[in-house]
Design a protein around this ligand. Structure first.
Ligand code: SAM
Length: 273
């Protein structure tokens, strides 16, 4: 598995991330509290934190929290969001998961990866995480999962035409390698790697995805620009043409310009030391 050493892979994504990405389940925090018997103590480490999606939500149930991400734009956005949420206790560290052993100190009760594990070197990172956990501590690999999950009843709006948008991205970008990596199904990867790592085993729990997310055309464009594979700079001189084609496609599918976004349930793969 390749490692994201190019700090530009996610550059620019931070500007679009919160506007364009569907949020995790409303039940994420209660599910983790229940599954891991969290009691407001211990330390949290969030790896590949992006703009702090997980760490800002989970920090209130820990004594201390640390967020690690290689992208300065993501870290800046995370700090801004934490400040807005009145949380000043989070430490933001620039770096990659592969260097965790030298980036952070002490032990952790919970280490989280939100849609970030597949960007790392994989198993060697899990083994470092195993060392960083306190006895009984847990690693949680978190993401959206629609495959095999029952679709809830949603608002009467069309689905986002994802397959057609991905075909457009392929048409307008020269190198589709990041696209296949970013869109790889992660649940199986998570479970296989955890079982083969020092953890030896894992279990999966689901928190119900939000059934009521309605997104407009701007938000959907932002969502694609927030990804590594469709970040604006990847289109070079064709960016305006790509965006015009994307917007036309979306309006064609929904004359009101509104779509139902069901990202699936929030999948949490847990492994305890
Ligand atoms: C899809 S975003 C996920 C953000 C957030 N954790 C969430 O749950 O929405 C992936 C993040 O992984 C980070 N990342 C990429 N390669 C990484 C690496 N090798 N180590 C740690 N983080 C990495 C990116 O900078 C980006 O912020």
């Amino acid at each position: 598995m390749g490692v994201t050493r190019d700090p530009g892979t996610f550059r620019e994504a931070s500007a679009y991330y919160m506007a364009g990405r569907p949020p995790y389940s409303r039940e994420l925090l209660p599910t983790l509290e229940r599954e891991l018997s969290l009691d407001g103590h211990g330390r949290l480490l969030d790896v590949g934190s992006g703009p702090g999606v997980l760490v800002v939500e989970l920090a209130p149930v820990f004594d201390e929290s640390v967020a690690v991400d290689p992208d300065p734009g993501m870290l800046a956005e995370g700090e801004r969001r934490a400040e807005a949420a009145g949380q000043r206790g989070i430490r933001w560290i620039r770096g990659v998961a592969e260097e965790l052993g030298s980036l952070v100190t002490g032990t952790y009760r919970l280490v989280t990866f939100g849609q970030s594990y597949h960007w790392t070197a994989g198993m060697e990172v899990l083994d470092t995480v195993h060392e960083l956990l306190e006895p009984g501590g847990t690693v949680a690999l978190i993401g959206h999962c629609a495959e095999g999950r029952p679709e809830p009843r949603g608002p009467a709006r069309p689905h986002i035409p994802e397959a057609e948008i991905v075909a457009l991205v392929r048409e307008f970008t020269s190198d589709a390698s990041l696209l296949s990596k970013a869109r790889r199904s992660t649940p199986r990867l998570h479970q296989t790697d955890l079982r083969a790592s020092l953890f030896g085993d894992c279990r999966t729990v689901y928190a119900p995805g939000r059934p009521d997310i309605v997104r407009d055309v701007d938000s959907i464009v932002a969502g694609y620009y927030s990804t590594s594979y469709a970040a604006p700079r990847r289109f070079g001189d064709s960016r305006e043409a790509f965006e015009a084609a994307l917007r036309a496609l979306l309006w064609q599918h929904s004359p009101e310009g509104l779509f139902w976004d069901w990202p699936g349930d929030t999948e949490i793969v847990l492994a305890t030391k």
